[in-house]
Write a protein that binds this ligand. Structure first.
Ligand SMILES: Cc1cc2nc3c(=O)[nH]c(=O)nc-3n(C[C@H](O)[C@H](O)[C@H](O)COP(=O)(O)O)c2cc1C
Length: 215
């Protein structure tokens, strides 16, 4: 697949066919993804390829709690989990097909990061640190791109991170590691080609963020 096509048409897909995905394909995707950049080239990622359906179910039940919170916040008109904006919205129990059917999802990957191997450049600032994630999410995105190149669809999710303390013992998460993402992959019936994204002139400016629009 052309890189530009992959960049412009790798949607988040959560509805998979029954066609299985072999371990060899997953291994090849990870083998490509490992060339992702990371701060100081520390490569902090760890991956659990979760096959056990009992573990999957327990993880899905944890993620469902967060999904219900998300739906409650959205229904109240809030940006769910936005920093600095607490919202007093009750969770709304809402079906989530990929969680409901997690046992049958062809590939479930949980990506963790070793915090000792993360260069947290903005960790000293008086706001939540952002830069650390950049040492693991390019790897996660490479997984999605590598899957797309192999004719697979998928989605990166983060709801499990909110339940990290409960998920950690289920996954044997090592001390000092954080849950970065849960990635679902599989064959899909259809790849959307038109993603809804803001145009460049909506986010790029000249010289300064209050500068004139760059286009
Ligand atoms: C950092 C990050 C976190 C995300 N977390 C979730 C999640 O917890 N659950 C989920 O269903 N999708 C999650 N997504 C997928 C987004 O919802 C998706 O990328 C976005 O809605 C755009 O969808 P599209 O690519 O199909 O246009 C996440 C994506 C990113 C990049």
């Amino acid at each position: 697949m052309e890189v530009r096509d992959a960049l412009r048409a790798t949607a988040s897909l959560r509805d998979f066919t029954d066609e299985p995905v072999g371990d060899d394909v997953v291994a090849a995707i990870l083998d490509d993804a490992r060339f992702a950049p990371s701060g100081g080239n520390r490569q902090p990622w760890r991956v659990a390829v979760v096959k056990d359906v009992a573990i999957r179910r327990e993880l899905a039940d944890l993620m469902q709690v967060v999904w219900d919170e998300y739906c409650g916040a959205r229904a109240a008109g809030a940006t769910p989990f936005a920093f600095g904006r607490s919202i007093d919205a009750a969770p709304i129990p809402t079906p989530n097909p990929v969680l409901d059917g997690i046992e049958a999802v062809p590939v479930v990957l949980v990506v963790a990061a070793d915090l000792n191997d993360i260069a947290l450049m903005d960790g000293v600032l008086d706001r939540p640190a952002l830069v650390g994630g950049a040492s693991v999410y390019p790897f996660c995105w490479n997984i999605l791109l590598g899957a797309r190149d192999r004719g697979l669809g998928g989605v990166m999710t983060t709801f499990l991170s909110r339940e990290e303390p409960a998920a950690a013992p289920l996954l044997g998460l090592p001390e000092g590691h954080a849950l970065a993402a849960t990635i679902f992959l599989g064959h899909v019936d259809h790849f959307p080609t038109k993603l809804r994204r803001r145009p460049v002139e909506r986010f790029a400016t000249v010289d300064r963020f209050d500068g004139k629009v760059f286009s």
